[in-house]
Ligand binder design. Structure first.
Ligand code: SF4
Ligand code: SF4
Length: 158
């Protein structure tokens, strides 16, 4: 993808925000037990959950091992395809919270949301039979606009 001048300048100013996490799609929760499984994610440091256009995703803060100390990509020529396909116009540096439907960074936020939505406390999930498990991510590719971006010392914006 050919880079525009604005994108190139932005990447040289940004601390590589897009190379410091991964986000993966979840099965959308339906039951109290489903929400309780997602609550488990939110009990872990570095995990957050967001809902975008009705679809649920888990986001994990994790610095890419290829990110150099100067915040440029150390494997630019062989970077994963997902990095090269990232659209510079809607990146983390510019787009902020993306206008998510919901964004949870702590289990208590999800507990309050579920109580409003279902009228039951999540604690009741302990006595609810499990229909299916959503604590695992769906094994699909893509999902979520927030994906890592490619950076290079020679061509610093992607
Ligand atoms: S593409 Fe990535 S490195 Fe470039 S400005 Fe956006 S978040 Fe920062
Ligand atoms: S562009 Fe991709 S491979 Fe390179 S540092 Fe960022 S996330 Fe890692």
């Amino acid at each position: 993808m050919k880079l525009d001048v604005v994108g190139s300048v932005l990447c040289t100013q940004c601390p590589a925000a897009c190379c410091r996490y991964v986000s993966l799609p979840l099965d959308n929760p339906r039951t109290l037990r489903d929400y309780d499984d997602i609550r488990w994610y939110l009990m872990h440091e570095g995990f957050s959950v967001f809902v975008e256009d009705g679809d649920w995703y888990v986001q994990i803060q994790a610095r890419c091992r290829n990110l150099r100390e100067d915040n440029l990509c150390g494997v630019y020529e062989t970077r994963p395809r997902i990095c090269g396909e990232y659209e510079p116009g809607e990146c983390d540096y510019l787009a902020g919270d993306y206008g998510y439907d919901h964004y949870f960074t702590h289990a208590s936020q999800l507990e309050a949301y579920v109580e409003r939505k279902l009228g039951k406390p999540l604690a009741d999930a302990r006595t609810t039979p499990r229909e299916r498990r959503v604590g695992h991510v769906r094994m699909t590719t893509g999902g979520g606009r927030r994906s890592p971006r490619a950076r290079s010392n020679a061509e610093p914006a992607r």
